[in-house]
Design a protein around this ligand. Structure first.
Ligand code: SAH
Ligand code: SF4
Length: 411
């Protein structure tokens, strides 16, 4: 489809944006993926009294709710501002709305948040929440601050998109939990809003500077591109300028390589892309990222080459988990560089975070350093991700397990 890799210093021409011309096969496959996602829906966003949650509705849906109760479209705009700019959770706080209408709204609607099952803050400032939803399912969300001169300058909120995961990457704890269901848009946006509640970051700060919760990484539990519609809806709400207004440049979505949906994500959302590569041969990747049997390395890399906006300013991130004696040799570092040549990219080296019963060990620091040097020498930035929040088990899937274990041992 796009046989010639672009030069690393050149952005894709605008004509290549939008969904690339695809054969019917890819389109059919996208249809199958979306249909399968619909089989694991979130519960209805209504409370016991039948009041509907306004969080997670698109602007059009919000306007339709207003029309249904005989209110003018501008009410939807007002509500949007109160919900996503001001962070109001109570209609009574919405002072530009007259009291009788506040009461009418409160009878029919809520402005929801996920329940906070636990909140822990690490000695290094990482904060982690276990959020619970209407059906008592739970996911994890983590905030990782970056400190500058002792002050939190900025930081990323890592959000989850599914309860469990259909894929079963061998190093990932979430992969041992089968997919329970997809999260809805309200539950995805709600994680970020609840994190902002926790830091009191309302109303939404003007512009993008000065936000402690300045970035989002969609790298928590689940495969976001297997829950595309809810993820897309949530991110569209988060990017809306009259609300939270986080730009697509500050959002990074991580995928294990769902090729047909990578194109769709690039065309429709244009957020930064991270790809969980983790291995340089199909043989090994088939084993540790089983999705590779469907979408092998070459196809994943082609999709990266097609990804819009892939330029030096907006590089693709390749995630590479360092597993001792499995994928961490110098030869593999050299092969990695050869594979990604031509793709404007950086490589995130992630020391494996062991979990009880996990079959791997973390690479020796010396191996990680050598690997990083080789990738660096080839002109790619290859930061070694510092383990954060070790004391609160801030690795993928671990807090949830720990709390379930505690519950089981209490029972
Ligand atoms: N499903 C998506 C996004 C969620 S997983 C994906 O696979 O990209 C996000 C990242 O968490 C992945 O890159 C994965 O490598 C990392 N991860 C999973 N288990 C880990 C572990 N035990 N230690 C360190 N990183 C882990
Ligand atoms: Fe799922 Fe990502 Fe974990 Fe693989 S690494 S099992 S895709 S959450």
């Amino acid at each position: 489809m796009n046989a010639l890799p672009p030069r690393p210093d050149r952005a894709f021409p605008a004509a290549q944006r939008g969904l690339p011309a695809t054969d019917g096969l890819t389109e059919a496959e996208r249809g199958r993926i979306l249909a399968k996602a619909a089989l694991f829906p979130p519960p209805p966003q209504e409370d016991a009294e039948g009041r509907r949650d306004l969080v997670g509705l698109s602007r059009e849906e919000l306007a339709a709710e207003m029309a249904a109760i005989g209110e003018k479209p501008f009410r939807a705009k007002q509500l949007w501002h109160w919900i996503y700019h001001q962070g109001a959770r109570d209609f009574a706080a919405m002072t530009t709305i007259a009291k009788p209408l506040q009461a009418k709204l409160a009878e029919r609607f809520t402005v929801g948040r996920p329940g906070v099952t636990t909140e822990q803050t690490s000695t290094d400032g990482t904060r982690k929440w276990l959020f619970g939803f209407r059906d008592a399912q739970q996911v994890e969300t983590v905030y990782i601050p970056e400190e500058e001169e002792g002050e939190i300058a900025r930081g990323a909120v890592c959000i989850s998109t599914q309860v469990g995961c259909t894929l079963s990457c061998t190093f990932c704890h979430t992969g041992t939990q089968k997919l329970v269901r997809n999260l809805g848009a309200a539950e995805i946006v709600g994680q970020f809003m609840a994190a902002r509640d926790s830091y009191g970051e309302w109303p939404t700060p003007k512009g993008e500077e000065g936000r402690a919760l300045s970035n989002i990484v969609v790298m928590g539990m689940g495969e976001p591109l297997y829950n595309y519609e809810n993820v897309a809806k949530a991110l569209t709400i988060i990017m809306d300028h009259e609300g939270i207004g986080l730009s697509r440049r500050r959002i990074t979505l991580s995928t294990s390589g769902v090729v047909p949906m990578m194109d769709k994500c690039g065309a429709e959302l244009g957020v930064n892309l991270a790809v969980s590569l983790h291995a340089v041969t199909d043989e090994l990747r088939n084993e540790i990222v089983p999705l590779n049997r469907k979408y092998p390395i070459a196809e994943v890399l082609d999709a990266c080459r097609r990804y819009p906006g892939a330029s030096n300013a907006r590089r693709i991130t390749f995630e590479y988990i360092m597993l001792r004696g499995i994928n961490d040799s110098e030869a593999e570092a050299r092969e990695l560089v050869r594979l990604i040549r031509g793709i404007p990219a950086k490589v995130n080296l992630i020391p494996f975070n062991p979990w009880p019963g996990s079959p791997y060990q973390t690479s020796k620091p010396e191996a990680v350093r050598r690997f990083s040097e080789i990738v660096n020498a080839a002109g790619y930035s290859a930061p070694i991700r510092r383990p954060r929040g070790r004391d609160i088990l801030a690795a993928c899937g671990q807090l949830k397990t720990a709390s379930e274990r505690a519950r089981r041992s209490e029972a």
